[in-house]
Design a protein around this ligand. Structure first.
Ligand SMILES: O=C(O)CCC(=O)C(=O)O
Ligand SMILES: [Fe+2]
Length: 210
């Protein structure tokens, strides 16, 4: 059993909330979670959307990069009027998570949201990697935000694992929960062994770390 990511981060939050100006008590955290960022209905709608794309068009793209590294279907959600509520909820969650835990200088979302589907049939997974890249947009990624869309009991395996400080921790699985971590942090999605896992990933971008 890996240590859980969830409760410790939440417990500490309240004692450090909102001090105006420079805050000598602020300690940057390595990851943080927020429950109920999306409702079960919103999660269901996103899952239906992912399944709809694949059954209608038949071409959810496989993961970018080498097939060995990642095996999942992904589709992208733009900031259109249809997705306004989703963008609003993730903006609120990101801003709270960042304020309470990271205090990164952020400009906003510079990429569309990624809807991913990991199927046990193909041992869907995403090997250890970091999200911060060398290119124009990937190089500006600072905070990653992953939302668990699937009911925790509807799949086995498929854990989102983080290794920020040499210790591998498993992210909470409750649907609707957002997990935030720096885009330079190592993480992976373990192979799904039964059922299907869906997730939504967004990145917050900004000027270089100083
Ligand atoms: O699906 C997840 O939980 C994580 C996805 C991920 O790490 C990525 O797309 O970079
Ligand atoms: Fe990632």
């Amino acid at each position: 059993m890996l240590p859980a990511l969830g409760s410790a981060a939440l417990e500490v939050d309240t004692s450090m909330r909102v001090l105006p100006g420079p805050d000598p008590l602020f300690r940057q955290r390595r990851w943080a979670t927020l429950l109920e960022v999306l409702s079960p209905e919103e999660c269901d709608a996103l899952i239906a959307q992912a399944n709809g794309v694949v059954s209608l068009a038949g071409h959810l793209v496989g993961g970018r990069g080498e097939a060995g590294v990642r095996r999942s279907d992904v589709t992208w959600l733009a900031d259109t009027p249809d997705n306004a509520a989703l963008y609003m909820h993730l903006t609120q969650a990101a801003s709270r998570l960042n304020h309470d835990n990271f205090r990164f200088a952020l400009d906003g979302f510079e990429e569309e949201f990624q809807l991913a589907r990991y199927r046990a049939e193909v041992a869907g997974h995403y090997d250890w990697h970091v999200d911060r890249g060398g290119r124009a947009v990937g190089g500006r990624r600072k905070l990653a935000l992953v939302v668990q869309l699937s009911d925790a009991d509807s799949y086995e395996g498929g854990a989102l694992e983080l290794n920020v400080d040499g210790i591998v921790r498993e992210a909470p699985r409750q649907r609707g929960t957002a997990i935030a971590f720096p885009a330079y942090a190592l993480h992976r999605v373990a192979p799904v062994t039964n059922g299907i896992r869906f997730s939504l990933t967004a990145w917050l971008h900004g000027p270089d770390f100083t």
